[in-house]
Design a binder for this molecule. Sequence first.
Ligand SMILES: [Zn+2]
Length: 332
Amino acid sequence: MILFIKEMKSWKRFWISALSVGIGLSVFATYAEEISVITTFVPVYSWAKGAAGESANVENLLDGAVGPHEFQLTPGNVRKLNSADLIICIGLDLEPWLEAMEAQGALKKEVKLLKLGEKLDKDELIKYCESIEEEHAHSGEAEAQNDREEDHSHTHSHGEYDPHIWLDPILAQKCTELIAEELGLLRPEKNDNFKKNAQEYCKRLEALDKELQEGLKNVKDKSFYTMHNAFAYFNKRYGLKCAGVLQEVPDTNVSPRHLSELLKKIESERVSAILVPSADERNRMVRQMARDGGLEIGILETLETLDDGALNVEAYERMIRSNLKVLQRVLQ
Ligand SMILES: [Zn+2]
């Protein structure tokens, strides 16, 4: 009898340990199955969530307070990026810290890097000189002045193409499809899931585009100034006119000459507002310009940082819709 009880105990032990090994293995299997994706900033995160659904683990690197132009990598970020299966970014020199990491060989070979902007058709991209040339055409002298300013304060390296593609919801759909394709290559058995998710998400982006087309069709005859040169793709898609940019080179002082030129053409160009990201709303120069020119100040986000809402699959649409409302209000 004692022997029997002993035997029972050892069998019990056997099953308990077999069960826990089994649970351990299945946890490991589920974990190993999920692809780990890291996106650089808000729009890319929403698109990747849209394409991945529940079939991949998507994490965003930037916490939402700092934008991709000025972000700086910490050793923890480098470790995190190296632990991913796939990193998704815009490319086109938007994320210089990631380019540098790649160039220095600090990014592991096994980590795939998808640069969305560089996968798009070249004729969908806007060359940097095109958007700046237009502005400079009005002011040869201002150009010389700005060149001097660039010499000592040009912290942003510009690539050949303008990277702000995410502000165009049609290009956003293409990016989402590219993401789904890449996820499918990494996990062929989930390819259909990714495709279906992307199709559904793209339908939402199509609806967003329709809303913008409809909502902006009556405000095209008015124009506005922006703080930075970030809206070329958006303006091109919806036929809006940005008559000038306050800071042609981000984070530089604006010359008084450039300001007075902007003030001079307010009437002839039918400029009705200065549109700035919320971080620049209290900017002294913006306030002064609005007062002197009788312009309204509106918040137009570049989506490089996060608004007050949550970072989720809807964040991209939410922020674009909020821009739409502002444009309708200030340009009507
Ligand atoms: Zn930007």
